[in-house]
Design a binder for this molecule. Structure first.
Ligand code: F6P
Length: 359
């Protein structure tokens, strides 16, 4: 084996550059070449490649984003291509395989969430040697305890909760914070616990607005004339639906969630007698420098991805189990998402603390 290619796909998150740095440093240590693919799978089709050497990754460990660029709309199996003045979707996956073969690439390392890793698996089924690295702030990938990026996003959300606390208390208000996470409530649960939220609403536990109001009113009766409600973007009322902000058909996941915070505030009207304000944290959760945990995890994943490529079992994904980095079949990591189970230890601890989940 002589040459590795690496790409970052899907939504960005803190720690992508830390993985890239670790991949290049480890590979160079073994005498391997590395080529970066720009803007996710798009670069593999459009032949946008960049050789990566030690100087290219120097100083990038603390930097957010990705030096390679990324994309969550460019699926080679349904790639938007202009034909006779019209944009149509075409299967251009064979070009990916051919372009990488022309470059002399032996193994492709895909740093991505379930969208990009699903594409990686399909390419593997066509013969490409692939190693996956689990990335996403949502922490919703199966087969790994933690994805990198998650802990940094939680820290950002926790910081927002801390700040909302002081103003909530001063004004005797209910502060609703809408956080990301897609169809899983990990960011809401962890940041809510770390920030001392009073109510946490997550997709896994459909809520009843009366129960949310009950929690806020009972605090008020005890003299706490403010409350903090953390709402995951995918949360939904019992018997109701998630709030969809828009449908973006060109995306690997066309559903763009958003707006549940405003719905909760509206539905609380008349049920509580405190003013309510809504904050939507948005992409701040995806930006900025990775925290210590993510720097270490991302670095370990990058090293392990090169080791896995050398070991030669494909397609696999590097994963964290306990404190060990291991390899798991890529197929085990994709297709289903990891949600919070009713017996999740953090969820159970939060319940024992008296936090309300609106159920
Ligand atoms: O998957 C990461 C994530 O940030 C989700 O939490 C969120 O639903 C989505 O991506 C937002 O995507 P976009 O960057 O396209 O708005």
């Amino acid at each position: 084996m002589r040459k590795l290619a690496v790409l970052t796909g899907g939504g960005d998150c803190p720690g992508l550059n830390a993985v890239l740095r670790a991949v290049v440093r480890t590979a160079r240590n073994y005498g391997l070449e590395v080529v970066g693919i720009l803007d996710g799978f798009k670069g593999a089709i459009e032949k946008e490649f960049k050789p990566l050497d030690l100087q290219d990754v120097s100083g990038i460990l603390p930097r957010g984003g990705t030096i390679l660029g990324t994309s969550n709309r460019d699926n080679p199996f349904a790639y938007w291509t202009e034909r006779a003045g019209q944009e149509v979707r075409e299967d251009r996956s064979d070009e990916v395989i051919q372009n990488l073969a022309d470059l002399g690439v032996d193994v492709l390392i895909v740093i991505g969430g379930d969208g990009s890793l699903n594409i990686a698996l399909e390419l593997a089924q066509k013969g490409l040697k692939v190693i996956g690295v689990p990335k996403t702030i949502d922490n919703d990938l199966l087969a790994t305890d933690y994805t990198f990026g998650f802990q940094s996003a939680v820290e950002t959300a926790q910081d927002a909760i801390d700040k909302l606390h002081t103003t909530a208390e001063s004004h005797h208000r209910v502060m609703i914070l809408e956080v990301m996470g897609r169809y899983a409530g990990w960011i809401a649960l962890y940041s809510g616990m770390a920030g001392g939220a009073d109510v946490i609403l997550i997709p896994e536990i459909p809520y009843r607005i009366e129960k949310v109001a009950e929690a806020i009113n009972s605090r008020k009766e005890k003299g706490k004339k403010f409350s903090i409600v953390v709402v995951a973007e995918g949360a939904k009322p019992l018997g109701g639906e998630m709030v969809v902000q828009s449908i973006l058909p060109d995306r690997t996941d066309p559903v763009k969630l958003g707006g549940i915070g405003a719905k909760v505030a509206k539905d609380l009207e008349g049920l509580i007698h405190l003013e309510t304000r809504v904050t939507v944290l948005g992409h701040i959760q995806r930006g900025g420098s990775p925290n210590t945990y993510d720097r270490v995890l991302a670095t370990r994943y990058g090293v392990a991805a090169v080791d896995a490529a050398l070991k030669g079992t494909f397609p696999t994904m590097v994963a964290l189990r306990g404190n060990e980095i291991c390899e798991v079949p890529l197929a085990d990591a994709v297709n289903h998402i990891k949600q919070i189970k009713p017996d999740d230890p953090v969820l159970l601890a939060a319940r024992k603390l008296g936090l309300s989940f609106g159920d």
